[in-house]
Design a protein around this ligand. Structure first.
Ligand SMILES: Nc1ncnc2c1ncn2[C@@H]1O[C@H](COP(=O)(O)OP(=O)(O)OP(=O)(O)O)[C@@H](O)[C@H]1O
Ligand SMILES: [Mg+2]
Length: 500
């Protein structure tokens, strides 16, 4: 294929951070109108490679070409002017501004009144068939709508290349389907798409071609038709892991120990409606459900993470005694940990080191004076957990914000586990985590249950729920509606209960 057929090309691209390569000698070509999936384990260099293309970080060595011409992009705006837009792993919209203001950021001068911006935005969003109110602030929008605004902004700037970094990680199944349609629609308009995802099935479904990176290096690029799941996994991890999680079902379930936690007739705003459930020591209780099932909200009430104004009644019992936590710290002291699905907001202190973050977890439990940190103890705890969960970083002094997404998730988990809780609530524990790390996190979850802890796993990923749970609770519209034993449940049965 000649260079002219490539909209965008990298030749022997290397990007180093503090002298250590995040990507090395990677050559990559993007064809016009193709959907190209970029896959690899956490820390493989996917985000870095695409940040180079989007002008976010400069290359340390190598070349980038757009439409056959060498370019040196210094900012995302320069990339946008070349027709390259990126939808980031963490959104880049300004939360306090309205949708319309975000769309026309920097172009306000072309409108003589604010109303003009809203009218233009309204018409534009409608032309894309996006159901988003341009007068809402971005902070008010859910993940799917934020993404629509980002896509709209890219289309508005006439992007010919749109890069999506884990676009589906925080979408519900329905939103995902809508997103896939959108991507196919963009492709039909001649836009080239790069799509990063840890959901291999999505890549195999959507992509025309697939590229796999490993440890910062290019492993393979080929037509989707020449891949199956096993080949992708093999390329990602360099070994055969194909059995993991796939259609696996438990044959043995752990018996229920003491009932550590129960919730009775919990009500909260419109999200939780008379929810009742119990969680037992020595078991993994899986909680499955679709959007609006109220799973996260229920357990946030348990963990003291919901403001009291939203709490409308019902009871939470810990070892049979009623409790009502107003702040997370009290729940932590009583041995309840909530491992967040939203690491950015609730998970960690992003400019601190890995060890300090984990140590903060310990202080949260001990109630030690904030800031009084024994360096030696911190280092010891940090190293133990980094090793236990296999957190990978180019040096142990990096700030958590500099870790790849999946490794950040492992730090969030370590930070809670260091508190040695008796009840551990995992909310989407492996979202954005690669296949290798999923195995590690699942092993940790099983170890906790084997050690007699009561473990709750909230997950929207059915194979995960099936592989881990001794009991499966299915929630629908604000409450648990059915319970299955882990060895008796079927995918069809669970799905049926979640929908009907
Ligand atoms: N700003 C930075 N400073 C130092 N190291 C960094 C920085 N950004 C990324 N890295 C390192 O570069 C490597 C590649 O990271 P990158 O974010 O590209 O991985 P990724 O493939 O996107 O992973 P994930 O699937 O977890 O998102 C990792 O080892 C990461 O820790
Ligand atoms: Mg990434």
């Amino acid at each position: 294929m000649s260079a002219e057929d490539l909209v965008l090309e990298l030749r022997e691209a290397t990007k180093k951070y503090a002298g250590v390569p995040a990507i090395e000698d990677v050559s990559f070509g993007l064809r016009r109108g193709e959907i190209h999936a970029l896959l690899g384990e956490n820390g493989a260099g996917k985000s870095t490679l695409t940040k180079v293309m989007a002008g976010v970080v400069p290359l340390s060595a190598g070349q980038m070409r757009v439409e056959g011409q060498e370019v040196h992009l210094r900012t995302p705006l320069e990339a946008l002017h070349r027709g390259i837009a990126m939808v980031f792993q963490e959104t880049s919209l300004v939360p306090s501004m309205t949708v319309a203001q975000n769309l026309y950021l920097g172009q306000e001068k072309f409108f003589n009144r604010l109303r003009g911006i809203y009218i233009a935005a309204q018409q534009f969003l409608q032309s894309l068939n996006f159901d988003v109110d341009p007068t809402h602030t971005v902070a008010q929008l859910g993940a799917a709508k934020k993404q629509m605004v980002e896509i709209a902004r890219a289309v508005l700037h006439k992007a010919r290349v749109i890069i999506f970094d884990e676009p589906t990680a925080s979408l519900t199944p329905e939103e995902k389907k809508y997103f896939f349609d959108l991507v196919l629609n963009l492709k039909a308009r001649g836009v080239s798409i790069i799509f990063i995802s840890h959901a291999l099935e999505e890549a195999l479904l959507l992509a025309d071609r697939i590229t796999v990176l490993r440890d910062g290096r290019h492993v393979v690029t080929d037509d989707k038709a020449n891949f199956d799941r096993a080949r992708v996994v093999q390329a990602m991890v360099g070994r055969d892991l194909s059995q993991t999680l796939h259609g696996q079902k438990k044959t043995f379930v752990r018996p229920a120990g003491e009932c550590l936690l129960s919730v009775r007739n919990l009500r909260m705003a419109s999200m939780v409606k008379n929810n009742s459930l119990s969680v037992f020591a020595g078991q993994v209780t899986g909680v499955f459900g679709l959007v609006g099932a109220g799973r996260t909200e229920t357990f946030k009430v348990v963990a003291g993470l919901i403001k009291r104004d939203f709490f409308h009644g019902g009871e939470v019992l810990l070892r049979g005694k009623p409790v009502r936590y107003r702040v997370a710290r009290s729940a932590v002291r009583d041995g309840i940990a909530y491992v967040s699905e939203d690491r950015k907001v609730e998970g960690f202190f992003e400019t601190m080191s890995i060890a300090r973050n984990i140590y903060m977890g310990l202080l949260g439990k001990l109630g030690g004076a904030f800031g009084v940190v024994s360096n030696a103890r911190m280092k010891e705890v940090g190293e133990r957990w980094t090793k236990l969960l296999n957190v990978r970083a180019i040096s142990k002094d990096v700030k958590v914000i500099e870790l790849s997404g999946g490794n950040q998730q492992k730090v969030v988990i370590a930070k809670s586990l260091v508190q040695e809780p008796d009840v551990i609530i995992f909310d989407e524990p492996t979202r954005g985590v690669d296949v290798g790390a999923i195995t590690e996190i699942h092993a940790e979850i099983n170890r906790l249950a084997d050690a007699g802890k009561a473990v709750v796993v909230i997950s929207s990923y059915l194979p995960e729920v099936m592989a881990l749970s001794d009991r499966i609770l299915v929630a629908k519209q604000g409450k648990v509606v059915v319970e299955f034993a882990g060895n008796e449940a079927t995918q069809e049965g669970i799905m049926y209960a979640a929908i009907h």
